[in-house]
Ligand binder design. Sequence first.
Ligand SMILES: Cc1cc2nc3c(=O)[nH]c(=O)nc-3n(C[C@H](O)[C@H](O)[C@H](O)COP(=O)(O)OP(=O)(O)OC[C@H]3O[C@@H](n4cnc5c(N)ncnc54)[C@H](O)[C@@H]3O)c2cc1C
Length: 447
Amino acid sequence: MTITQSRIPTSSISLHFIVVGAGLGGVTASIALTLAGHKVTVLEAAPILGEVGAGIQIPPPSVKILQAIGALDEVLSNATFPREFQIHSWKEGKIISKQNLIPYTMEKYNSHYLHIHRADYHRALVNRAIEVGVEIVLDARVNHIDFEKATVATARGEVYSGDVVVGFDGIKSRLRSFILGYEDLPYDTGDLAYRAIIKVSEMKKDPELVPFIEEPNIHFWWGPRCHVVLYLLQGGESCNVVILTPDTLPKDEAVQPAKVEELLELFKDWDPRLNSIFKNIHSTSKWRLQNSRELSTWTHEEGNVIILGDASHATLPYLASGASQALEDAAVLAGLFGRIEHRGQIHDLLNLTESLRKWRSTQVVQGSTQCRNIYHLPDGKEQQLRDMKLQISPPKIGCPNRWRDPVFQEFLWGYEAFDEAERGWAEYKKGKIAKYTFDSLYDEVKL
Ligand SMILES: Cc1cc2nc3c(=O)[nH]c(=O)nc-3n(C[C@H](O)[C@H](O)[C@H](O)COP(=O)(O)OP(=O)(O)OC[C@H]3O[C@@H](n4cnc5c(N)ncnc54)[C@H](O)[C@@H]3O)c2cc1C
């Protein structure tokens, strides 16, 4: 990959940031803010660091952020490089749409598209955070905040004070309720996700599964009320499977261990190769999927406190872009605070971060929800129209394969977070806080 120059400016004043949450977003923010010249303390509720045992997709804008914060080499050494998206029909399994990734994303976006195990991704970020001097405090669940003093208290009674508090505390964010002054919880979408990792050595025993393991691609099956995503991880030694189905979890449980038999029953009429794949699953769990509504604000009215990542824009994972939005939030925040000139600008820059990031993450949340309707169509007229549109070549605006829609793809993959911060800062210095919308930026392409 062509090495790009790090584009994190270094501030002439040093602030102390308290980042709440050491997920992918919080750790990325902690590295970027440290490189921007600030001191960062991360408070994490869990007693040990880690991530769910599953894969994750990393699109070009995040790859560029990883490059800029110095975490890309370790990520690349653990990543798989998929060659293309392949969408299969649910029953026969025939390919109904493709999108090239190699060499396409490098030629068009100067970046790879990657797959990685979440644990490897998180470890690479934590290693880099420690290397640059971030302080990470475990078993530190924040349960109180004093907005005036930018002070938080943990469940163990420890108190941390800083200049800015950044809540990357995920979908069940406490900081969100503190900022809003009421609980605005993400809502249940009616879908859940089974996640599992399969040993490729076991899949190899079945010749009909060879197409899924001989080269790294991303396979989707779209069908009535469900879809399946499959891709290789860990040098092609394991295969990540995500299965999206209607939510059958009990109301008060968000995660539960699940039985393979449930999957075999749910998918008995689908491409028979799916059941052959599922038979290799030894353990799986199912997670309820939730979505957020656009919040009235991410920033406290007076205090120097903001929420970012899933805390402010949890999304269905149907565009595989939730974590990438969290990384972009982190990069824009650091890009702005790398330029700060005096403390009087702190609150403006938090508002500016929100303004620069909200329109885009809202578009991703809404786009992911729209994907649900596209992927899960029952057989019939609408599905036939969808499949007909998939065949149009070259793809047009509105292509149901959103990664192939020329405008939406450019929106999703062409974003440069550090450039966005630079642009936002320039406008701020001219005396305005920019307000962007998808339409204002993409009007001319739509014509
Ligand atoms: C099935 C599925 C597949 C997905 N696939 C993709 C994909 O391919 N690509 C992609 O980009 N995204 C994907 N996502 C979305 C992605 O996982 C999330 O958007 C991302 O992990 C959010 O990161 P975050 O740092 O904002 O929050 P989290 O990762 O949720 O981190 C929050 C952290 O805060 C801590 N915390 C919570 N409360 C407190 C507190 N009070 N005090 C201190 N610490 C606290 C938590 O312990 C946790 O460590 C997927 C999601 C799902 C469900």
